[in-house]
Design a protein around this ligand. Structure first.
Ligand SMILES: *Cc1c(COP(=O)(O)O)cnc(C)c1O
Length: 450
């Protein structure tokens, strides 16, 4: 183990990592990055097929973003955002309002996905308090949802092997079944599906809407749950029910925002009208931490009044609206325009879709899911029963190691192997990623002994 890594392991505690695993799988020391490639200290190249945890968009070290950051550092590093403002935050708010629906009118800054969600939850909660509907204090979410790792956002998420230990700390929320079509909660088949999975939500809202403040949902893709892609009809149904029963619709676009699903925002595939939009990961194209919670004038106005009325939203994070991060986000949005990023996606998405189809014949491939430039393969021990592999078998770890040997970065979510491609990737690179992925899964299927 070289000196730098030894020093890392002596001092650093890495996220989502059993540090003991680093004895046989030390962290990879990345020295530079360009486009979709990362380079380690020995010059070995890796394809960043998961966009460095779902945030990179235009490729690493895109010159336009790097230039914007450099320019900004010569003018203004940071200033508190209560009582002060600056050019980049003003410009970014207007840029964001230009690309979101007409009803979205206000931008509240924070610094990561979890805080964007926390701010939305607190705003929704306080909205009902400020407007005199004091019983509306509960939230609804999907039973496999992921909205972040803070206690407030974990309370909204599904209970997983990662979160169950913290359960005593959670506030009470209502959970409804996730439209996980491969493992349909209502046991429906594709051709006889009438979206019965909306029924539990409808019943819950009919009974409890007077105590429900809002519903939070990841539009069309539950990423952390295992890249679960669900039909737009379900999302439309959720939107209709939220409206009918007078609760807020909080749309968590932290993972799906900025073209990941083929449109700028995933909810644009549907008819829903969000009351809140939570945005982070792709906002700065994966360069600096930044997040926003966007909302309507209706919500905003419920907080507007004389100070003594006690309607103020007392919430804020130290690095709120950081100028350097805002300049990176503005530069990223300029690239979207200049490089016609969204228009160019169509062809790439089709290539991904075509190349994924041939995985079906492999022995342990149970389901193939795809939306935009995201593709996922659910591995199962038995295609008939859909029984998964035991977590203890750590097949994800085997796939991860195979990926590294073939210079691609795969971090499976349990039994789900996926790619979450940076939008800048070109067609040849998509084909290369899928070729490598195919040979890795094929090799796994041949080697695995039941
Ligand atoms: C990653 C993620 C979050 C949390 O974002 P962080 O920046 O990791 O706090 C919230 N919601 C969704 C849908 C996410 O994918």
């Amino acid at each position: 183990m070289d000196k730098q890594i030894r020093e890392d392991l002596k001092n650093i505690w890495h996220p989502y990592t059993q540090m003991k695993d680093c004895e046989f799988l030390p962290p990879i020391f990345i020295e530079k990055a360009e486009g979709i490639y990362l380079y380690d200290s020995k010059g070995k190249q890796y394809m960043d097929t998961i966009s460095s945890w779902w945030c990179n968009i235009h490729g690493h070290c895109h010159p336009h973003i790097m230039r914007a950051i450099k320019d900004q550092t010569e003018k203004l590093d940071h200033v508190l955002f209560a009582g002060f403002t600056h050019k980049e935050a003003i410009k970014l708010s207007s840029n964001l309002l230009d690309i979101t629906g007409n009803h979205i009118k206000k931008v509240f800054y924070s610094d990561d996905g979890s805080t964007a969600v926390e701010a939305a939850i607190k705003m929704s909660f306080q909205y009902w308090q400020n407007t005199g509907q004091k019983n509306k204090t509960k939230f609804v979410s999907l039973d496999k949802a992921y909205h972040g790792d803070t206690i407030g956002t974990m309370s909204l998420g599904g209970i997983s092997q990662y979160t169950e230990i913290f359960e005593p700390l959670f506030y009470k929320t209502y959970k409804v079944p996730t439209p996980y079509c491969y493992r349909c909660p209502m046991n429906a088949e594709k051709d006889n599906c009438a979206f019965e999975c909306l029924k539990p939500l409808k019943e819950l809202l009919a009974e409890k809407h007077q105590e429900i403040a809002g519903l939070i949902i990841e539009p069309l893709l539950l990423a952390a749950a295992g890249m679960i892609v669900y039909p737009v009809e379900y999302l439309d149904g959720v939107g209709r029910l939220a409206k009918k029963f007078g609760i807020h619709l909080i749309v968590d676009e932290v993972a799906t925002g900025f073209g990941r699903t083929g449109k700028m925002f995933a909810h644009e595939h549907s008819d829903i009208v969000p009351d809140f939009l939570c945005i982070s990961k792709g906002l700065t194209s994966g360069t600096l931490p930044l997040a926003v919670t966007m909302t309507t004038n209706e919500v905003y106005d419920a907080f507007y009044g004389d100070y003594e009325e006690g309607k103020t939203f007392f919430h804020g994070h130290t690095y709120t609206g950081n100028p350097i991060a805002c300049s990176a986000a503005n530069a990223s949005l300029e690239i979207f325009k200049k490089e016609k990023t969204i228009d160019n996606l169509h062809v790439k998405i089709n290539i991904l879709k075509e190349n994924l189809a041939k995985f079906t014949t492999l022995k342990y491939v149970g389901d193939i899911r795809q939306i935009g430039l995201i593709g996922a393969i659910e591995l199962v021990k038995d295609k008939k029963t859909k029984a998964g592999f035991d977590m203890d078998e750590r097949i994800g770890l085997q796939i991860y190691k195979k990926g590294l040997e073939k210079n691609i970065i795969l971090r499976p979510l349990g039994n789900i192997v996926y790619v979450y491609l940076p939008l800048v990737i070109n067609i040849d690179e998509i084909k290369e990623v899928l070729r490598k992925l195919y040979s890795i899964i094929k090799e796994f299927c041949e080697e695995y002994k039941n």
